[in-house]
Design a protein around this ligand. Sequence first.
Ligand code: KG4
Ligand code: ZN
Length: 336
Amino acid sequence: MIFLAIETSCDETAAAVFTAGRVVLSSVVASQTDLHAPFGGVVPEIACRAHLRRLLPVVDEALGRAGVTLADVAAVAVHHTPGLVGSLVVGVSAAKMLSAALGVPLLAVNHIAGHVYACRLAAGRDIYPCLGLVVSGGHTALFDCPDPLTLHPLGGTRDDAAGEAFDKVAALLGLSQPGGPEVEREARKGCPKAYSFPRSFAHTSDLEFSFSGLKTAVLYACYGRTSPRPAPPPPGQRRADLAASFQAAVVDVLVLKCKQAIEQTGHVRLAVGGGVIANGALRFALGQMCDRRGVELIVPPLELCTDNAAMAALAVEKWERGEFAPPDLDAEPNYL
Ligand code: KG4
Ligand code: ZN
C-alpha cells in the first residue's frame, strides 16, 4: 500500500512516498534558502508563493523516484500544523485536492510529532514511550511521548527557538543562512570557553528554555553597545571563538534540560528531531549524557533532521487507528 505525503509548513517544499510498512521509497525536498537569503530570514509571502510553484513538480518527482504513479496512491498525508499559515494552506489544499480526485483517504499529521517520528523511521522499530526533544528553527520543546500520536508538553522556549538563535547569531557574525551549519563550521575553529555566555534556566528544575538573552550577549560581545553597528567581525580567531562559545551555551542548556527531563520522567529513550540535531557538537554531548545514564539516544540521519515529508509516515499510525481527516481539513498555524 502506497502513501503520498506533503510538507510545506515553512520554507521547504517536500513530498515523500512510503509504504504501510513505513519503508520510505522516495523523499524530495526543494529548499527555498536562496529565495529568502537576501532578507536574512524566511519571508512568509515569498515562501507560500514558492510552494505554489514548486509543489506539484516536487510531488511528480517523488512519485517518479519511487517508481509509482498517482494511480498507486492509496492515501494522502499532509502536515497541517504548526507552521506559517500561507505555507500550510498550499500543502493542505493540494493534499485535499489529491485525496478527493483520487478518491482515497486524507491523513492530517502534526509536524512536531513528525520530527520525533523521524527517530522511529531511523530506528526501524517502535521507540515509544520516549522523551522527545524537538529543536528546530521554529520550536524548542521537550515532550513526554507515550505513543507516536501523543505529545505531552513538558517545557519549551519562552522566546527564540534554538535554530532561530543559530540563524540570528550567524547574521551577527556575518555568516550566511541557514545559520546553523555555518555557525557549526565556524565553531570548529574556535574555543568554546573564550566567552562566558549565559545559560538561561540552568539553575531551575523546570524544563523551560530561553535563547534571546544569549543572542543579545553575542550581539554585545561582537559589537559592543555602539550605534550604528560596526561591520561584522572579520574571519579569524575572534569570530571562531564567538561561534564556538555561543554553540557551547546552546548545547549546554539543551543537554542539561534533557538530563533533568530524564530524571523527572524516568524515560529510558530520548528521541531528538528538528534541524538543530544535525549539529555534531549537540549529538556528541547528548550521546555522552545518555551513555552515562544508560539512556538510549535516538537521532535521525541528517536528511530526516531538517524539514521533509518522509517523517509524515506518522500518518501510517493514524491509518492503522482509522483516524482520517475530514475533506474540509484546515491549516492550523498554531501548535495543536
Ligand atoms: O527542522 P527545520 O528544518 O525547520 C523547522 O521546522 O524550523 O530546522 C531548521 C533549523 C534552522 O534554524 C537551522 O539553522 C538549524 O535548523 N540547523 C542547525 C544545523 N543544521 C540546521 N543548527 C545548528 N547546527 C546545525 N548543523
Ligand atoms: Zn520542522
